[in-house]
Design a protein around this ligand. Structure first.
Ligand code: SF4
Ligand code: SF4
Ligand code: FES
Length: 826
C-alpha cells in the first residue's frame, strides 16, 4: 500500500468581508488561524475538544453570535470577528478575569508570556466594572514536578482538557472552590457570556481527579505548557527566571523516537558564573505534546569535557586496533554516517543490538511489502483515524506519541481501539468506551495479527491457505441462556358477586433456560478476549468507522518469529484498509537503521560509544574520552514521523567531537553538520545542507521541520506467511524489558527532574508478594533490584528496566524483550 494522502474538501468563506478557503468541517477559529487571521481565544486547544470555558472567541457567523472554537465553517459562510455587542462581551470577560487577580506580575513566573496580560492589553482593559470578595486559595504541589497556584488560575480548563484529550491520564479536573456568590444584580446588568463565565469561574479551582491531592500521573508537564497564566509551573522553575531573560534554542527531544519539537531555554547560570545553563524546556504546545522525558530530561550535558590531547591520542589508537564499535541510538544521523564511514574505510564491526533487531524487521517488512518505510504516522493518525490497533508495545512506557495518538483518536475522533499486550495497564481502557484490551500470552503476537486479518481483511484478496487457517479458529459452542416466556396458567378465584369459586386463565412471564448455538472466534479466546461477546462488541466498535491504523511496537522486533510477523504486517497492509506505523526503539533508531550497516555480533577489541567497551567514548563524562551530549550538538535526528529533523546545541562543549576523530582517522569535512547533505539518498535522505533545513509549524499545524524521508514503494507479490505455534507461549515467572515512563537512557537518568528509579516494577499485588528487593535470575546472569509497586500495572509479569547501559540488562535479556526468570526475595 502506498503512502496515504489527505484530501480535504475546501469551502469558500468570508471573514470580515474577505474571501478565504477553509477545510470543510473545520472550526471557524482553526479556519481563521490557517489563514493567518487572529480571533481572540483562551480556552481552546487545537487537537482537543472545545470546552467553552472562556467564551472570548465569540464571532458573528451568518448573522448569529457563535463561539468560533466550536462552530464549523459552511460553504458561503460570512464571519464577522468584531461587532459592538461582541466587543462589549469580550471586554467584560477580560475585566472579569482581572477581578481579584493577584497583583504579582512583577514576580510571576509567567510574566512576559502571560495570555492574561496579553489579552488585557489587546482588549484595552483599563478600568474595572466588577467586584466580589476574594477567597484565600493555598498553593499546592500535586507531584514531584507540578506546582499549582489557584490564586492565579483563571479556570480556563486547558490543563484538564489536554490531560484528558491528549495525554490520556485525565489526572486533573475542576473542583469546588467555595468562592462567594455573584451579586444577583450582575445577571441583568452585565453581558450574558461574561456573567456565565464568571459564575463558573467563581465556583471552581483545579485539583487532582483522584481526590488525594496528588496526581499520580505521567508527570509529562503538558498541563504546565498549556497554562496561559502562572497558575501551573514546574516546581523546579518557580521563581528561577524571568521568561524574557531566556534564550530559546530550537531542538528535537533527544530521548524517545517521537522527534518532538522543543526549545531549550537557556541563560547564564548566575551573575558570577556566565556559563549558559538550560532552565527549562518549552514546546509549540498547539501542535506538539511532550512526554516527561522530553520536557524534564534536559540537563544531561557533558560538563567535564576539555580538549584532553592524551585521551584523544588514546582514542585514535583504540580505533586503530578496534574490531568493533558498540553504540546505541542516542547519536545523530551525522554521527551514524561517520561510524558507517569508519566501517567502510577501516573495516570495524558496528554493533548496536537494539537497532539491529529493528533494522532486520524493517528489511523483512520491505521485502514482504515493497515499502521501505511504514505508511502513516502519529500526527496523521490523530488527524484522520477513527480506529486504532496497537500490537507489541507497552504504550505508556515505550512511545508517548503512540499513547497520545491512541487516546486522542478515542477522545476526538469518536474512535475505537484494540490493544494487544501481555502486560495489563489500567490506563488504556479509560481512553474510551470502545477500547478492547487483549492481555494475551507472551509470544502470541502473530495470533493478534491473524485476528486483525480475520476482522479486517478483504477475504477475496487473502491467499486460500491463510483464509482456511483463519477459518479453522471459528468454532461453535452451546450456551445456556435465560429467556422470558409467556405462559397461560389457570387459577381458581372467588367471584364476589356469586360467592362461588371460578376458574380463570391468566398470562404470566416465566424465566426458562435454553441452549443455543453461538459462534466463537477461537483467536479472540486464545488472546484472552471475551469470545462469547466479542462479535457484538466488535460490531459496535465498527459503527461509522472509516479510517484504520495499526501501531506496531518493539516487542515485535525482538520476537523469535519477527520475520513472519513482518510478513503478516505486509499482508495486513495488502488486504486490509489499514495504515501502519512502527515505533523505532529509542531516540534515533530509525536514522541508525537506515544509515548503518549493522553487524549481528561484537568481537575483539571494542570501542564503546555511550556503551560498554574496552575503550569508552562517553557523553556522560564517565569514559576514556569525552563526547558532546545531544544538547551540545548540531545535527539531525530521524523520527517516528519519518522526518529528518534539525537539532541545535543548547549549551557549550569544550572537548573533542566524533568528527575530530574522523579527521584524524580517515579524513572528514570540517564540521559535523557538513555530513548532513551526505546522508544516503538511496535510503530516502535528501542532499540538503543543515543550514537550509526549516524548523517551524505553520498556523494550520502543518509540520515544516526538516524534511520527510522519501519512501520506496515497489509492487510485490503477497508474502507467504507461516502459522503460529500456540504452544510457544512463555510460561512461568516472566520479566519484561521495559523502562518506567520518562526514563529512556543514561541521559534521562542523569537529569535532575527525572525521579523514576532503576528498579523492578510490578503490579501492587505482585510487588507485595515479592517484598522490597529481589534478585532476578536469568539463564546468563542475574540482577538485584528494589521492587516498586505500580498501581497501573496488572497481572504477574514484572518490568525490568534497561536504561542504564552499565547494568547490562540488555545482554541479560539476550536479544529478547521477555524472559522466563526466577525471582528470589533478597
Ligand atoms: S491551572 Fe492554568 S490551564 Fe489550568 S485552568 Fe487554571 S489557568 Fe487554566
Ligand atoms: S503532568 Fe501530564 S499527566 Fe500529569 S496532570 Fe499534567 S498533563 Fe496530566
Ligand atoms: S476559545 Fe472558544 S470558548 Fe474559549
Amino acid at each position: 500500500m502506498g503512502e496515504v494522502q489527505t484530501v480535504n474538501n475546501m469551502v469558500d468563506i468570508t471573514i470580515d468581508g474577505v474571501e478565504y478557503k477553509a477545510k470543510e468541517g473545520e472550526y471557524i477559529l482553526n479556519a481563521a488561524r490557517a489563514n493567518d487571521i487572529f480571533i481572540p481565544a483562551i480556552c481552546y486547544l487545537t487537537r482537543c475538544s472545545p470546552t467553552l470555558a472562556c467564551r472570548i472567541c465569540l464571532v458573528e457567523a451568518d448573522g448569529k453570535q457563535v463561539y468560533a472554537c466550536n462552530s464549523k465553517v459552511k460553504e458561503g459562510m460570512e464571519v464577522t470577528i468584531d461587532t459592538p455587542t461582541i466587543l462589549e462581551e469580550r471586554r467584560a470577560i477580560m475585566e472579569v478575569y482581572d477581578v481579584n487577580h493577584p497583583l504579582q506580575c512583577g514576580v510571576c513566573d509567567k510574566s512576559g508570556e502571560c495570555e492574561l496580560q496579553n489579552y488585557t492589553l489587546e482588549l484595552g482593559v483599563d478600568s474595572q466594572s466588577y467586584m466580589i470578595p476574594d477567597t484565600k486559595r493555598e498553593t499546592t504541589n500535586w507531584s514531584s514536578v507540578l506546582h499549582y497556584d489557584p490564586g492565579l488560575c483563571i479556570v480556563c480548563e486547558r490543563c484538564t482538557t489536554v490531560c484528558k484529550d491528549m495525554i490520556g491520564d485525565a489526572a486533573i479536573t475542576t473542583a469546588k472552590r467555595g468562592g462567594a456568590e455573584l451579586d444577583k444584580g450582575y445577571k441583568d446588568s452585565m453581558p450574558k457570556d461574561a456573567y456565565s463565565m464568571w459564575n463558573k469561574l467563581q465556583k471552581s479551582v483545579i485539583a487532582p481527579s483522584n481526590g488525594t491531592g496528588e496526581t499520580n500521573c505521567s508527570d509529562c508537564g503538558e498541563c504546565i505548557a498549556v497554562c496561559p497564566v502562572g497558575a501551573l509551573v514546574s516546581r523546579d522553575f518557580v521563581y528561577s527566571s524571568n521568561a524574557w531573560d531566556l534564550k530559546r534554542v530550537p531542538a528535537v527531544a533527544a530521548h524517545s523516537s517521537d522527534g518532538s519539537q522543543i526549545y531549550y531555554e537557556v541563560k547564564p547560570t548566575s551573575i558570577e558564573d556566565r556559563t549558559e545553563k538550560i532552565f527549562r524546556i518549552t514546546n509549540e504546545w498547539a501542535y506538539v505534546s511532550l512526554d516527561g522525558s522530553a520536557r524534564f530530561a534536559y540537563d544531561f550535558q557533558n560538563t567535564t569535557a576539555s580538549k584532553d590531547e592524551v585521551a584523544f591520542q588514546n582514542a585514535i589508537e583504540a580505533f586503530k586496533k578496534a574490531e568493533t564499535v558498540r553504540f546505541n541510538a542516542m547519536i545523530t544521523n551525522e554521527e551514524a554516517m561517520m561510524l558507517q564511514t569508519l566501517k567502510e574505510k577501516m573495516g570495524v564491526r558496528l554493533y548496536n543490538p537494539e537497532v539491529r533487531a529493528f533494522q532486520k524487521f524493517l528489511n523483512h517488512y520491505e521485502a514482504a511489502s515493497g515499502n521501505s518505510l511504514w505508511t502513516t504516522d502519529t500526527d496523521r493518525i490523530m488527524k484522520e483515524s477513527d480506529f486504532v490497533i496497537s500490537i507489541g508495545a507497552a504504550l505508556r512506557n515505550d512511545s508517548p506519541a503512540m499513547k497520545y495518538a491512541f487516546n486522542n483518536v478515542q477522545k476526538l475522533n469518536k474512535g475505537a481501539g484494540l490493544y494487544f499486550h501481555p502486560v495489563g495497564d489500567t490506563l488504556i481502557p479509560t481512553f474510551g468506551k470502545t477500547v478492547e484490551v487483549f492481555n494475551h500470552g507472551v509470544g502470541l503476537e502473530e495470533a493478534a495479527l491473524y485476528l486483525v486479518l480475520d476482522l479486517f481483511a478483504d477475504k477475496e484478496k487473502l491467499p486460500s491457505d491463510v483464509k482456511d487457517y483463519i477459518a479453522s479458529f471459528q468454532k461453535s459452542d452451546t450456551k445456556t441462556i435465560t429467556e422470558k416466556v409467556e405462559k397461560t396458567v389457570k387459577e381458581m378465584v372467588l367471584n364476589e358477586e356469586t360467592g362461588e369459586e371460578e376458574e380463570i386463565s391468566k398470562k404470566v412471564k416465566e424465566n426458562v433456560e435454553k441452549e443455543i448455538t453461538v459462534s466463537i472466534n477461537g483467536l479472540v479466546d486464545l488472546l484472552g478476549g471475551n469470545a462469547a461477546t466479542f462479535e457484538d462488541t466488535f460490531a459496535k466498535m465498527m459503527k461509522k468507522k472509516e479510517s484504520f491504523s495499526m501501531m506496531l511496537g518493539e516487542d515485535l522486533y525482538y520476537h523469535k518469529k519477527a520475520e513472519n510477523i513482518a510478513k503478516l504486517v505486509a499482508l495486513v497492509e495488502a488486504t486490509c484498509d489499514i495504515n501502519v506505523v512502527m515505533t523505532p526503539p529509542k531516540s534515533n533508531a530509525l536514522g541508525v537503521a537506515l544509515i548503518c550497516d549493522l553487524d549481528d555480533a561484537q568481537s575483539g577489541y571494542t570501542v564503546g560509544y555511550n556503551e560498554n567497551g574496552d575503550f569508552k567514548l562517553s557523553a556522560l563524562g564517565t569514559g576514556d574520552l569525552d563526547m558532546p551530549a545531544m544538547n551540545q550538538q548540531e545535527g539531525t535526528l530521524t523520527s517516528i514521523g519519518k522526518r529528518v529533523l534539525p537539532t541545535n546545541a543548547a549549551v557549550e562543549y569544550e572537548g573533542y567531537e566524533l568528527n575530530d576523530l574522523m579527521q584524524a582517522l580517515v579524513g572528514a569535512p570540517e564540521l559535523t553538520i557538513d555530513w548532513t547533505s551526505m546522508l544516503p539518498s538511496d535510503k530516502g535522505f535528501k542532499a540538503l545542507a543543515f543550514d537550509s533545513l526549516t524548523n517551524s509549524f505553520s498556523n494550520d499545524g502543518v509540520d515544516h521541520r526538516g524534511y520527510k524521508l522519501e519512501r520506496n514503494d515497489a509492487e510485490t507479490e503477497l508474502p507467504e506467511v507461516e502459522k503460529f505455534d500456540e504452544s510457544a507461549v512463555l510460561e512461568g515467572e516472566i520479566a519484561y524489558r521495559c523502562n518506567p515512563a520518562r526514563q529512556f537512557n543514561d541521559f534521562t537518568d542523569k537529569s535532575h527532574e527525572i525521579f523514576e528509579t532503576f528498579a523492578l516494577y510490578a503490579s501492587t499485588e505482585k510487588a507485595a508478594s515479592l517484598g522490597e528487593k529481589v534478585e532476578v535470575v536469568f539463564d546468563n546472569g542475574s540482577i538485584t533490584l528494589d521492587v516498586v509497586a505500580d498501581a497501573k500495572i496488572t497481572g504477574d509479569i514484572v518490568k525490568v528496566p534497561d536504561y542504564r547501559a552499565a547494568e547490562g540488562v540488555y545482554d541479560l535479556f539476550d536479544g529478547s524483550r521477555y524472559k522466563t526468570v526466577t525471582l528470589r526475595k533478597v
